[in-house]
Design a protein around this ligand. Structure first.
Ligand code: ATP
Ligand code: MG
Length: 140
């Protein structure tokens, strides 16, 4: 499988509980390399653009409010099959359905406050990475 990059966010519920290191340990244990990382406060515009695909969903307003409610850590992860590998490490969107050993099983609080985001395909990953990082901030 090819070396890929995927985009990750440690969401406000994770930073609020000081879980950056604990989640990064699970990412690294899975064989993914954190090749870019910064802690930011997302603007409402950034959050609305980022989750535009969910604009028509009933939870969109709640989701945007949550993403701007505290600091987030945005990351670029690199590794073999990184997109699917990270989805596996994250676990199901709803933590009550997430498998043992996943980030969401261990740390997520609810289907909304679920600690992490990961890209769903290499193409969307590239778009998401470009929204938050310039090329010289990514060091593989
Ligand atoms: P993400 O895109 O954040 O990695 P995901 O791909 O597992 O998560 P999506 O279906 O893309 O899940 O939903 C995006 C995010 O919207 C979820 O991670 C969660 O924070 C929020 N969300 C999804 N479904 C609900 C819901 N029913 N109620 C509240 N929030 C939800
Ligand atoms: Mg998604």
């Amino acid at each position: 499988m090819a070396i890929e990059r995927t985009f990750s966010i440690l969401k406000p519920d994770a930073t609020a509980r000081n879980l950056t290191g604990a989640i990064n340990a699970l990412i690294e244990q899975a064989g993914l390399r954190i090749v870019a990382q910064k802690r930011i406060r997302m603007t409402r515009d950034q959050a609305e653009t980022f989750y535009a695909v969910h604009k028509a969903r009933p939870f969109f307003g709640e989701l945007v409010d949550f993403m701007v409610s505290g600091p987030v850590v945005v990351q670029v992860l690199e590794g073999e099959g990184a997109v699917l590998k990270y989805r596996d490490v994250m676990g199901a969107t709803d933590p009550s359905k997430a498998a043992d050993g996943t980030i969401r099983k261990a740390h997520a609080q609810s289907i909304g406050e679920n600690s992490v985001h990961g890209s769903d395909a290499p193409e969307t990953g590239a778009i998401e990475i470009a929204q938050f990082f310039s090329g010289n901030e990514i060091v593989g």
